[in-house]
Ligand binder design. Structure first.
Ligand code: GAR
Length: 210
């Protein structure tokens, strides 16, 4: 019997390679999800085009039209409501959210560093890898975490480490980290979709599957 697919909304602000990976995993049956809506904080995000190509609703709620995160979040979750997503995945989404109670522990983010290092306001995309190299770190990686009302802060679901190599540039490090993200994010989404995560304070327990 095939697994029931969870309805997922994806939020993004840019290129959307993370979205593309989730589309592929969902379509191949490797991940029990169906992307029901894609929402961008910018009208020019290429990720919107990836959604349109698949016939998936591509919504724009521009961050620049709102002042406060509260106002922005209210508009964003109102736009998502008709699609009734069970889970929300951030995929290069660059705005702060205020999570409505109904969405607590239903929103995940992937960050391109080992949190709590190199996270928080201003740490996104290539800026993270530049900072990791500047600091002289010997390892980096990615973190999948629940989203709360602070940047890159909610309880950590899983992390994957990658080495920082002698001749790395921000671009080469980014490629290695994104390869780790392409495995780690679906793995975490699967655990959430299958009800295998239990949050205890800041710690996320993985329950063994039945
Ligand atoms: C990903 O590497 C993701 O980890 C990062 O943005 C990239 C999005 O790439 N997210 C953050 O930095 C969030 N703080 P994409 O647009 O090609 O999916």
């Amino acid at each position: 019997m095939s697994e029931a697919k969870r309805k997922v909304a994806v939020l993004l602000s840019g290129n959307g390679t993370t979205l593309e990976n989730l589309f592929q995993r969902g379509e191949s049956g490797a991940l029990p999800i169906q992307v029901v809506a894609v929402l961008s904080s910018r009208a020019d995000a290429y990720g919107l085009e990836r959604a349109r190509r698949r016939g998936v609703p591509a919504l724009v709620v521009e961050r620049k039209r709102f002042v406060l995160p509260e106002e922005y979040s209210a508009a964003l979750f109102e736009a998502l409501a008709p699609y009734a997503p069970e889970l929300v995945c951030l995929a290069g989404f660059m705005s702060l959210l205020r999570i409505p109670p109904a969405y607590e522990q239903r929103i995940l983010n992937v960050h391109p560093a080992l949190l709590p290092a190199f996270g928080g306001k201003g740490y996104y995309g290539m800026k993270v890898h530049e900072a990791v190299l500047r600091h002289g770190c010997k390892v980096s990686g990615c973190t999948v975490h629940f989203v709360d009302n602070e940047y890159d802060h909610g309880p950590i679901v899983l992390q994957r480490a990658v080495p920082v190599l002698e001749n790395d540039t921000p671009e080469s490090l980014s490629e290695r980290v994104q390869a780790a993200e392409r495995e780690a994010y679906p793995e975490a989404i699967r655990l959430l979709a299958q009800g295998q995560l239990r949050v205890e304070g800041r710690r996320v327990r993985v329950l063994t599957s039945k």
